[in-house]
Design a protein around this ligand. Sequence first.
Ligand SMILES: *Cc1c(COP(=O)(O)O)cnc(C)c1O
Length: 431
Amino acid sequence: MEFYSTNNKETRVSLKEAVLQGLAPDNGLYMPEHISPLADPFFRDLHRKSFPQLSYEVARHLIGGDIPDEALKKIIDQTITFEAPLVKVGDCYSLELFHGPTLAFKDFGARFLAGLLGYYARQQDKEVTILVATSGDTGSAVANGFLNVPGTRVVVLYPSGKVSEIQEKQFTTLGGNITALEIEGTFDDCQRMVKEAFLDAALRAKLFLTSANSINMARLIPQMFYYFRAFAQLGADAKDVVFAVPCGNFGNLTAGLIAKRLGLPVKQFIAATNANDIVPEYLSSGTFAPRSSKQTISNAMDVGNPSNFARMLDLFHSDLPLMQKDITGYHFTDEETKTAMVNVLKNDNYILDPHGAVGYLGLKKYQQTNTQVTGIFLETAHPGKFKEVVEEVLAQELPLPDKLNAFLSKEKKTIAMSNEFGQLKSFLLQF
Ligand SMILES: *Cc1c(COP(=O)(O)O)cnc(C)c1O
């Protein structure tokens, strides 16, 4: 299997190159050359397979041949060590993706990427430097996924003062092969600086740089697994299934779209955003207008120029009506998000985090005109990760899970930096 760049289909690389490079040299994103449906017996037996087993079969179907079966199986067994349970909430389901070590869905992508990169890093002499821009959850998932992985070191860029204390502590207290850069600027600044670093010849010559943002194809692969896992848990309910996905960089949604191309019978995807509504706007008007991100209470989705949009265009050959057939876009205000959190606690006794709440709102809006569907929203983080907001909105105390408490007691260590690329560059050159 080869991977092509969304900017030039003639640019072909192996899985190893796609994973090690992250972004293609022409600034495009890598996509698998072939995405064909899994065979019928796979789906027939889906509910009998364990989560790691079905994940292995999905991955092997997509990238088998690029990595020995044994190695792939080992990486998956080390990635999928926790469940993605489907929990009934009123008349729909929450797919809980927060049972990993940093309590957000990004653990899936980060752990798989760490496994794969670690595997490839062992085959070469130069240490791999992973650069990652984060609005919160990516940094913690990647830092924890890569902590003490031989042959790798991680540099996390994050916007100073714009991530919660709990999030910050999860990637600034680890030490070892993890360094945190506190940037005076926005998440978009961090993302731009990382992109500039990849395009910088001097840096590329000195360091083996790669990315762990959702632009890296290896992040997307394990995010397909839990769409299958959700189906496996539905039993007799598994018809007319719609997934509502709270979106920022649209990696999670893109993984779902690929899962559908792998044969998963999804009726519709709902792309739900906060005020950063660039993609819903595109879906309704055909105009894609990236802009500066706005700050909201679902801050891991405050993205003004969603990086995976290039992959979405590629999957639908830039054909808007075709994309609209698979994806419905909605956006919601912070006020609507808060109201949903309050109502779901009152009516269904379930605590939503602000991101899951946006997904929930998207599902409910879709169901107003599509009443017969089986609705699943992705609950992308444990509400405890956004303790301040959740406690204020729900006017009640939220006990922190032990996994989070353990981070809070540790000391933060960061390096402060402006949002100018030059500073990052000189830092990395003498790294
Ligand atoms: C990153 C993140 C999202 C957005 O996911 P994308 O794949 O970037 O669209 C949603 N919710 C939470 C909690 C996140 O951390």
